[in-house]
Write a protein of this length. Sequence first.
Length: 303
Amino acid sequence: MNVLQFNRTYELIIGEVGSGKGLRIEGNEKEGTGLQISFWIKKSVNNKKSSNTCEINLYNLSEDSVNYLQKPESAVILNVGWDGVNKTLFRGIIKEVETNGKTGRLDRITTLECIPGEGIIYKSDISKTFPSGSTPRDVIEYLIEETSTIEKASFNSERLSEVMAFGYTAEGTVKSIISDLAHAYDFYYQIDDHKIFVSDFDKFQSPNSVQRAFVITAETGLIGTPSFVADKGEMQKEDPERFDGVKFKALLNPSIKPGMAVSLKSSIVTGIYRVDNVDYAGDWRGGEWNINCTCSKINAREV
């Protein structure tokens, strides 16, 4: 973000899809305005293994606002940033709302459990047979057309061009079909903010990711010192998806997303890494307003 990272700001919009009406909550640290909120959002470069998740807590809402949130599958958009320069951190739908009871001095907390994308991603209404000679790219591009709510962001996978000798039958939800393809053809995909990104396991989100890499230093928000990660989870040493990598913590930047490249510069770690997973944490009452990233050291041949 091309803005000094002070004066936290946010904008939360909740409403019925297509209604043009909704609930808007804004916060500006310098002006001393804003309802207390907290959020935890997790995003992964590989949605075939783990979907993006979002939990938002709203404190001491009015009765009218609490009642408004009971509408099924309302849309939610969370924009966050610094000094009024907000960018979209999460866009999706609310799947569950829970409000605890306020007693004495305790806050009444309304918790929103959210999932990414529009409802069409999860509806089982796709059934199509692709002829011999089709490719995974053909299938995904058809699904993008059918949803009208997802758009191609970038394809950076050689596997998408492989020919399906016996054709392919696509049945189920958009997400389940893409997940099946990802398992069968061994590529990563993620759906975020109405966009789909597809890449091979050893590539960045797009061919020009390295050229656009965010520089992460103490001056641009790095908190503490990055630490090395020996491997990815419980993968064995011979696993082809095993990469050496790092973890780092920084001030909240919604523009840093899984799949993209970051250029880390610290006294311990220097180099270009792919962001694999990001945890975004926000607490309006002076708590965290940070990201925690797990990254892989992969071949930067796209430079």
